[in-house]
Design a protein around this ligand. Structure first.
Ligand SMILES: [Zn+2]
Length: 105
């Protein structure tokens, strides 16, 4: 008998579905649970949050997947050097061409 754990709570169904499908693409069985505060009221549309649930044995895999997914979206965008106009990748803080800093606008 495997235990279920909550891996994420999303504010809306679209976010929750996105997390769920990301996990399922990677063979982690995931399902959604509505957190409606105090018990279940039939027909209630007010939802506080959608829990994304997984089996406890998939927890480490799921965590890793979610970490990767959030890392991807928080990646620094490419920037343009204000001094020489060179296009620099987001992970570099200085222009490789003229040494100008990203922060110097
Ligand atoms: Zn430059």
């Amino acid at each position: 008998m495997s235990e279920e754990v909550q891996i994420a709570v999303c504010g809306n169904i679209l976010d929750a579905e996105a997390v769920k499908s990301l996990l399922e693409e990677n063979e982690v069985n995931a399902w959604l649970m509505r957190d409606d505060g105090d018990g279940t009221i039939p027909g209630q549309t007010f939802v506080q949050g959608i829990k994304v649930m997984i089996n406890v044995e998939d927890k480490e895999t799921a965590k890793e997947l979610l970490k990767q997914a959030t890392a991807d979206t928080s990646e620094d965008p490419a920037w343009k050097c204000s001094k020489c106009g060179e296009e620099i990748e987001g992970q570099f803080s200085d222009c490789w061409s003229c040494g100008n800093s990203k922060l110097e606008k």
